[in-house]
Design a protein around this ligand. Sequence first.
Ligand SMILES: NC(=O)c1ccc[n+]([C@@H]2O[C@H](COP(=O)([O-])OP(=O)(O)OC[C@H]3O[C@@H](n4cnc5c(N)ncnc54)[C@H](OP(=O)(O)O)[C@@H]3O)[C@@H](O)[C@H]2O)c1
Length: 269
Amino acid sequence: MSKQRFADQYGPWALITGASAGLGAEFARQLAASGLNLVLVARRADRLNELGERLQRESGIDTLSVPLDLSRPDFMPDLEQAVGDREIGLLVNNAGFGNTGAFLKGRLEDDLRMLDVNCRAPLILTHALGNAMTQRGRGGVIMLASVAGLIPNPYFAHYAATKAWDLFLGEGLHVELKDKGVDVLSLCPGPTRTEFFDVAEVDEDKWPAAARKMIMDADDVVAAALKGLGRRSVVIPGWSNRLLVGSTRVTPRSVTSALAGRVMKMAGG
Ligand SMILES: NC(=O)c1ccc[n+]([C@@H]2O[C@H](COP(=O)([O-])OP(=O)(O)OC[C@H]3O[C@@H](n4cnc5c(N)ncnc54)[C@H](OP(=O)(O)O)[C@@H]3O)[C@@H](O)[C@H]2O)c1
């Protein structure tokens, strides 16, 4: 898609949650290069400000940093007040985190917070901004799902379940909103070099070599997503991830799920 068509369909502003690190920061860089202005949302204000100032200098776009904890039940009025009348044409529901380990040994509060950030916040944001987009007859939503959302994963069970939720919401809305001019894409990355595994306390160095080889760079994952937006309902970046997902169609779920659990347990689960 040309830069002008991209801006016409998804501009003038994109709102990216989880823009302070990893895939969110990379979405910010690539969308700034496409000429969109950016609302950057995450908890770490210093990182958002630094990224925003750099993108303003380098790409000549406008940015707005909104330091916000998306696990707060009442985050939306504060976000709406900060955003004001800026027209959001693209929502990137990216903020998220995972934790590993035996489900029953984890703290319920952490899992509830994960549910809030990974599922509740995208639900609220997509509802609010999706309505404005359908009224304009244009726009886009990217849901950060995961390969983990396609394979039940012992010792990563609740995280994988939240990503299955993101995937299902995105795929359903892709069909519902298509005729209203709004493109919805579910992005299913496999393991990607970001801060995710540090937060989840996963030591990827303990994975088997074949699994370590699958780790992708964030710029390739984001480029695949932006290429697929408006054309596809789901993007799985990287041939090895597509092969893995393809193999789950011919292998019983109990087998792939047990294997996924073994890999996760090796790495700290
Ligand atoms: N990396 C992978 O292997 C991988 C694979 C598949 C899917 N994903 C998905 O990709 C998305 C981005 O993850 P990443 O890999 O880029 O991880 P990351 O580097 O750890 O970045 C996560 C982002 O989410 C934000 N965030 C976390 N909790 C938040 C909260 N309570 N309120 C607001 N923002 C919050 C973080 O910002 P603050 O800490 O500043 O709040 C950070 O900007 C997630 O949805 C993840 O599930 C990642």
